[in-house]
Design a protein around this ligand. Sequence first.
Ligand code: HEC
Ligand code: HEC
Length: 263
Amino acid sequence: MLLALVTIFLVQTWLVYTDPVGRESAPLTAEASRGQELWHAHNCQSCHQVYGFGGFLGPDLTNAANQLTDERLSVVLTSGTDVMPAFHMSSEERAAVRTFLVELDLTGQGQVRAADAMSPRTLFESLFRGTATPDEPILEREERGLTILLEKNCIDCHLPNVGSAYRAADMTRMSGRLGRDGLAAILAAGVPGKAMPVFVLPTPDIDAIHAALDHLEGHGDTVRAGFENAGSGALGALFALPWFEYPRPAEQPAPTSPTPTDS
Ligand code: HEC
Ligand code: HEC
């Protein structure tokens, strides 16, 4: 018996000390270490988890890097959000934090809280497509606009219930109020000081976005009701979760990086 226990102990010890995961994963690069210092200095972990450990005010950031556009990270680290404080980081500090998050992402898998939930963008897409009828199909231009709205992550911030962390305007009530030119102006300039990025887009794309927003406004009641139901039903905490905690459909293009609004 004793011999068996000693043998098990020795085998276990050997396994632990020869564990390839801990040993072969490269140490952080100099820039990532700088990012890690900032991470500690600003106490990010008091609100954010890594591998599920840490505070629960903000999301787990273990695998956030591959889904976080530069623009988004920049805005968050300079202006903060309603809940997260503004750290006013310089571009050099932001780059270091990004490198840290990128290298952190390579070390393993964090906890995806919403593995089974439908993400707001998936819901949005299906509600949008659900508005098509034989009499009124979705036109080619509207379809193109929908693709851009999804590609550029507009829906992540512009939820119909204004429930995203950014409190951005309801996307089902934009087109009439702003008109095509108002929309073009906002896309070209962003909203300085707010989370609204600059989007440099060719005219046909702006027209397509406008067409899609117009279609959306025409079916606003249906789309808003769809979000309302999802928010109060089985998908309960749907809107409380940050966008990157949802699984991304495989065919969905990776988020693009719009031009930063600040530097
Ligand atoms: C006081 C708590 C708090 C601290 C400290 C904090 N955060 Fe956050 N952070 C949040 C919350 C909450 C969110 C989710 C957005 C929201 O609800 O406002 C968030 C969101 C984020 C996001 C994702 C933004 C998005 O697109 O949804 C990133 C990245 C982030 N934080 C990085 C950091 C880093 C890096 C630090 C340290 C320099 C930090 N946070 C410190 C609370 C905090
Ligand atoms: C990172 C979050 C974010 C993303 C992504 C985003 N927006 Fe915004 N947007 C905002 C915020 C926040 C505001 C509100 C600024 C304010 O308070 O005035 C805004 C404002 C706007 C406005 C002005 C609304 C009004 O009522 O005046 C329009 C139009 C708009 N966005 C369209 C878009 C489109 C189209 C896309 C995608 C191509 C997009 N936004 C992507 C955050 C975002």
